[in-house]
Design a protein around this ligand. Sequence first.
Ligand SMILES: *[C@@H]1O[C@H](CO)[C@@H](O)[C@H](O)[C@H]1NC(C)=O
Ligand SMILES: *[C@@H]1O[C@H](CO)[C@@H](O)[C@H](O)[C@H]1NC(C)=O
Ligand SMILES: *[C@@H]1O[C@H](CO)[C@@H](O)[C@H](O)[C@H]1NC(C)=O
Ligand SMILES: *[C@@H]1O[C@H](CO)[C@@H](O)[C@H](O)[C@H]1NC(C)=O
Ligand SMILES: *[C@@H]1O[C@H](CO)[C@@H](O)[C@H](O)[C@H]1NC(C)=O
Ligand SMILES: *[C@@H]1O[C@H](CO)[C@@H](O)[C@H](O)[C@H]1NC(C)=O
Ligand SMILES: *[C@@H]1O[C@H](CO)[C@@H](O)[C@H](O)[C@H]1NC(C)=O
Ligand SMILES: *[C@@H]1O[C@H](CO)[C@@H](O)[C@H](O)[C@H]1NC(C)=O
Ligand SMILES: *[C@@H]1O[C@H](CO)[C@@H](O)[C@H](O)[C@H]1NC(C)=O
Ligand SMILES: *[C@@H]1O[C@H](CO)[C@@H](O)[C@H](O)[C@H]1NC(C)=O
Ligand SMILES: *[C@@H]1O[C@H](CO)[C@@H](O)[C@H](O)[C@H]1NC(C)=O
Ligand SMILES: *[C@@H]1O[C@H](CO)[C@@H](O)[C@H](O)[C@H]1NC(C)=O
Length: 320
Amino acid sequence: MTNNIHTEFSYRKMGYSRPLLFFILPIILGLHAPAIADVDVDNGVCTSRADYCWSCSGTNETFNNGSNYERNLHTVLSSFSSNKTEINSGFYNSSLGQGPEKVNAMALCRGDVPLNDCHTCFNESISILRQNCTNQKQATIWAQRCTVHYSNVSIFGVAEDDPVKFVPGPTNAPNAEQFKQVLNPLVVNLSGTAAAGDSMKKFAAGHALVPATNQTIYAIVQCTPDLDRQNCSECLDEAISDIPQCCEGKEGGRVLRPSCNLRFESNLFYDAASDSLVNLPGKQGNNTGNGTSNITTKVSPSSFLGLLLSLCLSSAYAFF
Ligand SMILES: *[C@@H]1O[C@H](CO)[C@@H](O)[C@H](O)[C@H]1NC(C)=O
Ligand SMILES: *[C@@H]1O[C@H](CO)[C@@H](O)[C@H](O)[C@H]1NC(C)=O
Ligand SMILES: *[C@@H]1O[C@H](CO)[C@@H](O)[C@H](O)[C@H]1NC(C)=O
Ligand SMILES: *[C@@H]1O[C@H](CO)[C@@H](O)[C@H](O)[C@H]1NC(C)=O
Ligand SMILES: *[C@@H]1O[C@H](CO)[C@@H](O)[C@H](O)[C@H]1NC(C)=O
Ligand SMILES: *[C@@H]1O[C@H](CO)[C@@H](O)[C@H](O)[C@H]1NC(C)=O
Ligand SMILES: *[C@@H]1O[C@H](CO)[C@@H](O)[C@H](O)[C@H]1NC(C)=O
Ligand SMILES: *[C@@H]1O[C@H](CO)[C@@H](O)[C@H](O)[C@H]1NC(C)=O
Ligand SMILES: *[C@@H]1O[C@H](CO)[C@@H](O)[C@H](O)[C@H]1NC(C)=O
Ligand SMILES: *[C@@H]1O[C@H](CO)[C@@H](O)[C@H](O)[C@H]1NC(C)=O
Ligand SMILES: *[C@@H]1O[C@H](CO)[C@@H](O)[C@H](O)[C@H]1NC(C)=O
Ligand SMILES: *[C@@H]1O[C@H](CO)[C@@H](O)[C@H](O)[C@H]1NC(C)=O
């Protein structure tokens, strides 16, 4: 029974609502609307060991050397990496300038990382962006222990869908199906905890056991804490539904988004002090591995409402 509940969750978006929407919307919009782009494309590059991954904005979104945008960007980013900036949480956001010269930036330390180490991670990340996203108005970098993101567009409180970077681990899970049966409810549980966090921190870490293989899965999820609970939850839902595309069958991986990210590994990769055991109801004892292909795609009340709403909105749109 529990097997059904979480497979239903993970396949809900991928397997049902999205394709349906993508089929129905263009029909209603009369096919003259441009194709709805699937923003869940993997777009970014990583260093060879994936210590840093980043994504820069399109080629046209550049600023000139000596421009006010460059000065504002430099000032804001320098404050993130300066040890003089007050350390009170692992999250920094800042805006500087007016109109087209306005720079919005945020830097987020992974929730278990000591605050004293945050500036160093920001400093290294910003150096990489300087070298590899030169003159780009927008850029995002995901380091192992922090994230830095800036844009000329306002980014505070907004769950951004783009860019997305998938970083699958190198090793296959010994029993991929059993692994997935535990991974999904684990990250769902952690998402609930993270989304319930306060405006300083929305982070959760924990592990769960895969009974069939006696393997432990360690996972973390995090949102930028400027997101409210619902936006954080939705962002992490998206990240969870990205797992099959990102990391199917792998015993480790990262789904990286500007506003939230998740990571799982088969070893303890975060500070043990942040760890917790997540008990998954019905997962204790011996799971013989049955019911693995028992996937029921149901539309949950909320996504059904969403579907109805988008249908109404798009029909209205078609009329005007
Ligand atoms: C899926 O599981 C439910 C109950 O656990 C069962 O009633 C149903 O027949 C199963 N479906 C398939 C296709 O195995
Ligand atoms: C980029 O700018 C060039 C020249 O200004 C223009 O021809 C091109 O269409 C632009 N590309 C995009 C994607 O906006
Ligand atoms: C951000 O920069 C892009 C590219 O130069 C521009 O098209 C867009 O209008 C800018 N947005 C804002 C809010 O300034
Ligand atoms: C700005 O200066 C850097 C060197 O400091 C150079 O690499 C880059 O091409 C310059 N960009 C523009 C748009 O002139
Ligand atoms: C990183 O820190 C060094 C000093 O340790 C400093 O010289 C450098 O400007 C910093 N880099 C950035 C991008 O702030
Ligand atoms: C900040 O302090 C750390 C040690 O706490 C040091 O390693 C780092 O170089 C300092 N960074 C700057 C920019 O001064
Ligand atoms: C990033 O910049 C560094 C320094 O310029 C360069 O060595 C490296 O190849 C760049 N990486 C990518 C993926 O472009
Ligand atoms: C399962 O793993 C734990 C530690 O991860 C170990 O103590 C225990 O002996 C293992 N059990 C079996 C049956 O392998
Ligand atoms: C930074 O984020 C906080 C919420 O976390 C918000 O109250 C504040 O206004 C933001 N700062 C800027 C400069 O927008
Ligand atoms: C996650 O699991 C823990 C322990 O198993 C439980 O106490 C907690 O309520 C769960 N949190 C959510 C949001 O489901
Ligand atoms: C679980 O099943 C394995 C064989 O699949 C068996 O060796 C082990 O004793 C069982 N453990 C429990 C707690 O039933
Ligand atoms: C597992 O499935 C097999 C057939 O697929 C069935 O014979 C067996 O009884 C099932 N075991 C459990 C515990 O459901």
